[in-house]
Design a protein around this ligand. Structure first.
Ligand SMILES: [Mg+2]
Length: 275
C-alpha cells in the first residue's frame, strides 16, 4: 500500500521542484488541509536502518540470503500477529485522510509458523466513502466490498474480541505485531484511530518491521517491497499484490523463511508519530 503512495508523492514533489517551486512553497501547498503534515512522516520513517549495520545493502548486485539451518532457533515470542493494512488512496493527489478499508491480521505460531487464526474485515470509509478508480485498481477492492461493512470503530472492537478469543492478551503470552514496513502501524493505523476517536493500544506502538529484519541476516539487505522480499527468499507470490489478506499471507511466508535461515525476530519498529 505505502510503496505505491510513496511513489506517487515523490513524483508529485518532483514535478513541483522541476517547475522551480521551493520546498517551502510545496509545504505551503500541502499544508492546506489538516492531515497533510502527517503525510510527510512515512518518508522519514522508511529510511531508518539499524545503527549496528554500517553498510546496508540497498542495491545489491545479487542477493543470496544465508542458507537454511537444520534447526530453527527459538523465537522471542509465542505469536507473530502479521498485519497488512489497505487504505483509501488516489493519484496524483491522495485522499485526505487515508482511511482503512481492509484490516487483516494473521495469528502465526512462532514455533510452528502455522497460521492458527485469521482476523479479516473490510471496512467502510466514512470521511471519503467513495473509493477512487485508482484505489480499486491498486487494491482490487471495489465499492461493493466496503459499502455494507462496518466502519472502523466497530471493526476495531471486533478485532479486540478476536484478540481475547485467541488468548493473545493473557498474561504471560508473548506476541509481536509484524508488518512489511513501518507505515502500517506508524501512520495508517494511528491516523485511523484519530479519525475514529480510538486510543492506540501500547502493544501496537512497537512492531517487527520485516523489511528492517532483512538487515539482521546475511547479506544485510533492504528489500523495497513484498515482491522483493519474496524474491530474496525464493518464494513465489501468492494471491494479489496490495490485497491486504494476500499481502499478510505472503509476509507470514517470508517470516517463516527467514526463521528457517536462522533469524530471531526482534522488535525493530517504534511509533514516533504524534497521533
Ligand atoms: Mg498491502
Amino acid at each position: 500500500m505505502f510503496d505505491a503512495y510513496f511513489n506517487m508523492t515523490s513524483s508529485t514533489l518532483n514535478a513541483l521542484f522541476k517547475s522551480n517551486l521551493s520546498f517551502s512553497i510545496c509545504r505551503t501547498i500541502f499544508s492546506r488541509n489538516k492531515f497533510s503534515a502527517a503525510h510527510f512522516k512515512p518518508r522519514k520513517v522508511i529510511k531508518k536502518v539499524p545503527k549496528h549495520h554500517k553498510i546496508p545493502l540497498f542495491e545489491p548486485e545479487e542477493v543470496t540470503l544465508a542458507s537454511k539451518v537444520s534447526v530453527k532457533p527459538k523465537q522471542l515470542f509465542d505469536y507473530f500477529l502479521v498485519l497488512d493494512i489497505e487504505a483509501t488512496c488516489d493519484s496524483p493527489t491522495n485522499v485526505d485522510p487515508p482511511e482503512i478499508i481492509e484490516f487483516p491480521v494473521l495469528k502465526v505460531n512462532a514455533e510452528t509458523f502455522e497460521t492458527e487464526s485469521v482476523f479479516h474485515s473490510y471496512v467502510r470509509p466514512v470521511v471519503n466513502p467513495e473509493l477512487t478508480n485508482f484505489c480499486t485498481e491498486l487494491t482490487g477492492i471495489i465499492q461493493g466490498m466496503v459499502d455494507d461493512e462496518p466502519e472502523f470503530k466497530e471493526v476495531y472492537q471486533n478485532f479486540l474480541q478476536w484478540l481475547e478469543k485467541e488468548h493473545i492478551l493473557k498474561p504471560g503470552v508473548k506476541f509481536a505485531f509484524a508488518t512489511c514496513s513501518d507505515p502500517d502501524l506508524n501512520y495508517f493505523f494511528p491516523l485511523q484511530c484519530r479519525v475514529s476517536g480510538i486510543e492506540v493500544p501500547a502493544y501496537m506502538k512497537e512492531w517487527i518491521c520485516v523489511k528492517r529484519s532483512f538487515c539482521d541476516i546475511w547479506p544485510y539487505t533492504w528489500p523495497d517491497n513484498i515482491s522483493k522480499m519474496l524474491e530474496y527468499c525464493e518464494l513465489k507470490p501468492q494471491g494479489c499484490l496490495h490485497s491486504g489478506i494476500d499481502d499478510a499471507t505472503n509476509i507470514a511466508r517470508v517470516i517463516k523463511d527467514l526463521a528457517e535461515r536462522g533469524l530471531v525476530f526482534k522488535i525493530n519498529g517504534f511509533k514516533d508519530t504524534d497521533f
